[in-house]
Design a protein around this ligand. Structure first.
Ligand SMILES: CC(C)(COP(=O)(O)OP(=O)(O)OC[C@H]1O[C@@H](n2cnc3c(N)ncnc32)[C@H](O)[C@@H]1OP(=O)(O)O)[C@@H](O)C(=O)NCCC(=O)NCCS
Length: 251
């Protein structure tokens, strides 16, 4: 079996569906999703810039360069796009690092995985939905589709980062099966949850160990993570956003 991801990623990936909300109002607009060509660079960057302009506080969404986007249309990545008519309304990037020379996110090292797993890494490293189309579950679908692509190319080690202050992002990552396994700093000052899943199967969580904790209680979450707990679900109690943590059972 060849491990050359440039050959194996299915180029004919295509999904269709229905958008049912635009600006919060009911609509019925078909969408289709497919892999983007490098010619989509300007539109992808436009969605990214629009997302950056609207973040409620700086640092919740990383500022990515033109080179970063250009790098992930082929070779060490793929970019999925969602279209309403001929307008690109959302994108999601799948990073497929070839090895330790990869220039961007190094989740393998963050997670403490062995170097032999470089060609098993699939990194969910950028996503945005145009504001008027938010609330259609497109992020969750973009996560699921990227997991499908990762599975197709035997990239079992799926990883992502997400700002604790951006629940719209991490609750979708948790919903598709990623687990919070650590925290890290981006650019020295942007705190992120480090999320991971092994598509070959993850340990079950011990129901006797469940702890529910406020998202704002970062020191406590760090202690739990250091003790081997994983964050696995969102819980809203009395209008306070919380996360559920539990310990994995021994295999
Ligand atoms: C993260 C993101 C892609 C999620 O978009 P999405 O898939 O449309 O979100 P969902 O369908 O899961 O939305 C669920 C709910 O949250 C709301 N919501 C989603 N994103 C929101 C945001 N950024 N601000 C406020 N509300 C938001 C939706 O309107 C919906 O509301 P409802 O429960 O009342 O119906 C989108 O918020 C976004 O593009 N953010 C900017 C870029 C970003 O944060 N990327 C991730 C880090 S790289």
């Amino acid at each position: 079996m060849s491990l050359d991801h440039r050959i194996e990623v299915p180029t004919d990936f295509c999904r269709i569906g229905l958008l049912t909300r635009r600006d919060g109002q009911p609509v019925q607009v078909p969408f289709f999703a497919r892999l983007l060509e490098p010619a989509a660079l300007a539109e992808v960057q436009d969605i990214h810039q629009e997302a950056l302009r609207r973040v409620p506080e700086p640092g919740l969404v990383r500022v990515d360069s033109e080179a970063f986007f250009a790098h992930h249309f082929s070779g060490e990545g793929r970019t999925l796009g969602v279209f309403a008519g001929d307008r690109l309304i959302a994108y999601g990037i799948l990073g497929l690092p070839a090895g330790p020379d990869y220039r961007y996110d190094r989740f393998l090292e963050d997670l403490g995985l062995p170097a032999s797993e470089w060609n098993r890494m699939a990194q969910l490293i950028g996503v945005a939905v145009r504001p008027e189309w938010r609330g259609n579950g497109l992020h969750r679908r973009l996560c699921e589709w990227r997991l499908e692509l990762a599975h197709a190319v035997h990239r079992w080690q799926v990883a992502a980062v997400s700002a604790p202050g951006n629940p719209y992002s991490w609750r979708n990552l948790l919903a598709v099966g990623l687990r919070i396994k650590g925290v890290k700093w981006l650019s020295g000052d942007q705190l992120r949850y480090l999320l991971h899943a092994d598509l070959r199967g993850s340990s079950l969580l011990d129901p006797a160990s469940v702890v529910t904790i406020e998202v704002s209680a970062m020191a406590e979450q760090r202690r739990l993570l250091a003790a081997g707990y994983w964050g696995y679900a969102v819980a809203m109690e009395q209008s306070v956003l919380r996360l559920r943590y539990a310990r994995p059972l021994p295999p």
